[in-house]
Design a protein around this ligand. Structure first.
Ligand code: HEC
Length: 160
Protein backbone atom coordinates (compact mmCIF):
# COMPACT_ATOMS: atom_id res chain seq x y z
CA UNK A 1 0.00 0.00 0.00
CA UNK A 2 2.66 2.45 1.08
CA UNK A 3 4.92 1.02 -1.58
CA UNK A 4 6.13 3.73 -3.91
CA UNK A 5 4.85 6.60 -1.85
CA UNK A 6 7.22 9.48 -2.09
CA UNK A 7 9.08 7.79 -4.94
CA UNK A 8 8.79 8.96 -8.48
CA UNK A 9 9.89 7.09 -11.51
CA UNK A 10 11.67 9.18 -14.13
CA UNK A 11 8.82 8.74 -16.65
CA UNK A 12 6.24 10.24 -14.37
CA UNK A 13 6.63 13.63 -15.92
CA UNK A 14 4.92 12.29 -19.07
CA UNK A 15 2.09 10.81 -17.09
CA UNK A 16 1.65 14.04 -15.17
CA UNK A 17 1.53 16.14 -18.32
CA UNK A 18 -1.11 13.83 -19.79
CA UNK A 19 -3.14 14.24 -16.68
CA UNK A 20 -2.93 18.01 -17.03
CA UNK A 21 -4.00 17.77 -20.64
CA UNK A 22 -7.03 15.75 -19.72
CA UNK A 23 -7.82 18.30 -17.06
CA UNK A 24 -7.66 21.16 -19.55
CA UNK A 25 -9.84 19.23 -21.99
CA UNK A 26 -12.50 18.86 -19.35
CA UNK A 27 -12.26 22.51 -18.38
CA UNK A 28 -12.56 23.60 -22.01
CA UNK A 29 -15.62 21.43 -22.52
CA UNK A 30 -17.24 22.93 -19.43
CA UNK A 31 -16.55 26.46 -20.59
CA UNK A 32 -17.81 25.86 -24.13
CA UNK A 33 -21.05 24.19 -23.19
CA UNK A 34 -23.10 27.35 -22.62
CA UNK A 35 -21.96 28.70 -26.01
CA UNK A 36 -23.02 25.58 -27.87
CA UNK A 37 -26.50 25.62 -26.36
CA UNK A 38 -27.30 29.13 -27.61
CA UNK A 39 -27.48 28.39 -31.33
CA UNK A 40 -31.15 29.45 -31.77
CA UNK A 41 -32.42 33.02 -31.36
CA UNK A 42 -31.05 34.29 -28.10
CA UNK A 43 -33.41 36.51 -26.14
CA UNK A 44 -30.80 37.22 -23.48
CA UNK A 45 -28.44 38.59 -26.09
CA UNK A 46 -31.39 40.43 -27.61
CA UNK A 47 -32.00 42.17 -24.30
CA UNK A 48 -28.44 43.48 -24.29
CA UNK A 49 -28.77 44.64 -27.89
CA UNK A 50 -32.05 46.36 -27.02
CA UNK A 51 -30.52 48.19 -24.08
CA UNK A 52 -27.47 49.22 -26.08
CA UNK A 53 -29.01 50.13 -29.42
CA UNK A 54 -32.63 50.99 -28.71
CA UNK A 55 -32.62 52.06 -25.07
CA UNK A 56 -31.71 55.68 -25.77
CA UNK A 57 -35.10 56.15 -27.43
CA UNK A 58 -37.27 53.19 -26.35
CA UNK A 59 -38.38 51.30 -23.30
CA UNK A 60 -41.05 48.69 -22.82
CA UNK A 61 -43.02 50.74 -20.32
CA UNK A 62 -42.74 54.39 -21.30
CA UNK A 63 -42.76 56.69 -24.29
CA UNK A 64 -39.51 58.58 -24.80
CA UNK A 65 -37.89 59.79 -27.99
CA UNK A 66 -39.47 56.63 -29.42
CA UNK A 67 -42.78 54.97 -28.50
CA UNK A 68 -43.06 52.43 -25.66
CA UNK A 69 -43.08 48.81 -26.74
CA UNK A 70 -45.66 47.46 -24.31
CA UNK A 71 -47.81 44.79 -25.97
CA UNK A 72 -45.90 45.25 -29.24
CA UNK A 73 -46.77 41.95 -30.94
CA UNK A 74 -50.19 42.32 -32.56
CA UNK A 75 -50.16 46.13 -32.28
CA UNK A 76 -50.99 48.23 -35.27
CA UNK A 77 -47.98 50.39 -36.03
CA UNK A 78 -48.20 53.94 -34.80
CA UNK A 79 -50.92 53.46 -32.18
CA UNK A 80 -49.24 53.54 -28.74
CA UNK A 81 -51.29 56.03 -26.72
CA UNK A 82 -49.73 59.42 -26.24
CA UNK A 83 -46.88 59.17 -28.74
CA UNK A 84 -46.54 61.63 -31.59
CA UNK A 85 -45.88 59.41 -34.61
CA UNK A 86 -45.07 60.34 -38.18
CA UNK A 87 -48.02 60.23 -40.54
CA UNK A 88 -46.08 57.69 -42.58
CA UNK A 89 -45.97 55.11 -39.79
CA UNK A 90 -49.50 55.81 -38.53
CA UNK A 91 -50.93 55.25 -41.99
CA UNK A 92 -48.70 52.30 -42.88
CA UNK A 93 -51.26 49.59 -42.00
CA UNK A 94 -48.45 47.46 -40.50
CA UNK A 95 -49.22 45.00 -37.72
CA UNK A 96 -46.15 44.06 -35.66
CA UNK A 97 -45.07 40.42 -35.75
CA UNK A 98 -41.84 38.50 -36.44
CA UNK A 99 -41.81 39.30 -40.15
CA UNK A 100 -42.80 42.95 -40.02
CA UNK A 101 -40.34 43.63 -37.18
CA UNK A 102 -37.59 41.93 -39.14
CA UNK A 103 -38.22 44.16 -42.14
CA UNK A 104 -38.56 47.31 -40.01
CA UNK A 105 -35.32 46.70 -38.13
CA UNK A 106 -33.43 45.79 -41.29
CA UNK A 107 -34.29 49.12 -42.87
CA UNK A 108 -37.08 51.37 -41.53
CA UNK A 109 -36.75 53.81 -44.43
CA UNK A 110 -37.23 51.14 -47.03
CA UNK A 111 -40.30 49.73 -45.30
CA UNK A 112 -41.91 53.05 -44.38
CA UNK A 113 -40.47 55.98 -46.31
CA UNK A 114 -40.90 59.17 -44.32
CA UNK A 115 -40.94 57.51 -40.87
CA UNK A 116 -39.21 59.34 -38.05
CA UNK A 117 -37.13 56.49 -36.59
CA UNK A 118 -35.00 56.36 -39.73
CA UNK A 119 -32.05 54.56 -38.16
CA UNK A 120 -30.73 51.28 -39.50
CA UNK A 121 -29.52 49.61 -36.31
CA UNK A 122 -29.74 45.90 -36.99
CA UNK A 123 -28.51 45.00 -40.46
CA UNK A 124 -27.26 41.63 -39.16
CA UNK A 125 -30.02 38.96 -39.34
CA UNK A 126 -28.76 37.27 -36.16
CA UNK A 127 -29.00 40.55 -34.27
CA UNK A 128 -32.55 41.00 -35.55
CA UNK A 129 -33.58 37.45 -34.60
CA UNK A 130 -32.20 37.95 -31.08
CA UNK A 131 -33.82 41.37 -30.71
CA UNK A 132 -37.17 40.03 -31.88
CA UNK A 133 -36.93 37.03 -29.53
CA UNK A 134 -36.33 39.44 -26.65
CA UNK A 135 -39.12 41.80 -27.73
CA UNK A 136 -41.53 38.90 -28.00
CA UNK A 137 -40.70 37.75 -24.48
CA UNK A 138 -40.70 41.24 -22.98
CA UNK A 139 -43.81 42.70 -24.58
CA UNK A 140 -46.40 39.98 -24.15
CA UNK A 141 -49.47 40.92 -22.18
CA UNK A 142 -51.67 43.94 -22.42
CA UNK A 143 -50.63 46.86 -24.54
CA UNK A 144 -51.57 50.49 -24.80
CA UNK A 145 -51.90 50.32 -28.56
CA UNK A 146 -54.66 49.48 -30.99
CA UNK A 147 -54.71 45.72 -31.57
CA UNK A 148 -55.02 44.22 -34.99
CA UNK A 149 -58.64 43.23 -35.53
CA UNK A 150 -60.00 45.88 -33.17
CA UNK A 151 -62.30 48.74 -34.12
CA UNK A 152 -62.43 50.07 -37.62
CA UNK A 153 -59.54 49.26 -39.86
CA UNK A 154 -60.19 46.09 -41.89
CA UNK A 155 -58.35 43.09 -40.41
CA UNK A 156 -61.09 40.66 -39.46
CA UNK A 157 -60.58 38.92 -36.14
CA UNK A 158 -58.63 36.01 -37.57
CA UNK A 159 -57.01 35.33 -34.23
CA UNK A 160 -59.54 34.84 -31.44
C1 HEC B 1 -32.89 57.64 -32.28
C2 HEC B 1 -34.03 57.11 -31.58
C3 HEC B 1 -34.44 55.67 -31.86
C4 HEC B 1 -33.66 54.53 -31.76
C5 HEC B 1 -32.19 54.43 -31.38
C6 HEC B 1 -34.54 53.43 -32.08
N1 HEC B 1 -35.80 53.88 -32.35
FE1 HEC B 1 -37.40 52.74 -32.76
N2 HEC B 1 -38.53 54.41 -33.05
C7 HEC B 1 -38.09 55.71 -32.89
C8 HEC B 1 -39.13 56.64 -33.29
C9 HEC B 1 -39.04 58.17 -33.26
C10 HEC B 1 -40.21 55.85 -33.71
C11 HEC B 1 -41.54 56.35 -34.28
C12 HEC B 1 -41.35 56.42 -35.77
C13 HEC B 1 -42.43 57.16 -36.53
O1 HEC B 1 -43.36 57.71 -35.92
O2 HEC B 1 -42.33 57.20 -37.77
C14 HEC B 1 -39.81 54.46 -33.53
C15 HEC B 1 -40.62 53.38 -33.79
C16 HEC B 1 -40.29 52.06 -33.54
C17 HEC B 1 -41.19 50.94 -33.68
C18 HEC B 1 -42.66 51.02 -34.07
C19 HEC B 1 -43.46 51.11 -32.78
C20 HEC B 1 -44.95 51.37 -32.95
O3 HEC B 1 -45.56 51.71 -31.94
O4 HEC B 1 -45.49 51.24 -34.05
C21 HEC B 1 -40.49 49.83 -33.34
C22 HEC B 1 -41.02 48.40 -33.30
C23 HEC B 1 -39.15 50.25 -33.01
N3 HEC B 1 -39.07 51.59 -33.15
C24 HEC B 1 -38.14 49.39 -32.61
C25 HEC B 1 -36.83 49.79 -32.36
C26 HEC B 1 -35.77 48.89 -32.01
C27 HEC B 1 -35.94 47.39 -31.78
C28 HEC B 1 -34.64 49.65 -31.90
C29 HEC B 1 -33.23 49.17 -31.61
C30 HEC B 1 -32.67 48.22 -32.57
C31 HEC B 1 -35.01 51.01 -32.14
N4 HEC B 1 -36.35 51.06 -32.43
C32 HEC B 1 -34.14 52.11 -32.08
C33 HEC B 1 -36.85 56.10 -32.43
C34 HEC B 1 -35.77 55.24 -32.24
Amino acid sequence: MAAGSGRHRPYNILEASMRIHRGIGLLTATLLLPLVSSAAADAKRGEKLYTGRCGACHSIADNGAGPRHRGLFGCKAGTQAGFNYSDALRKSGIVWDDQTLDRWLADPNKMVPGNSMAVQLASDPTDRADLIAWLRAATTGEGSCQRAGSAGQGQSAAHR
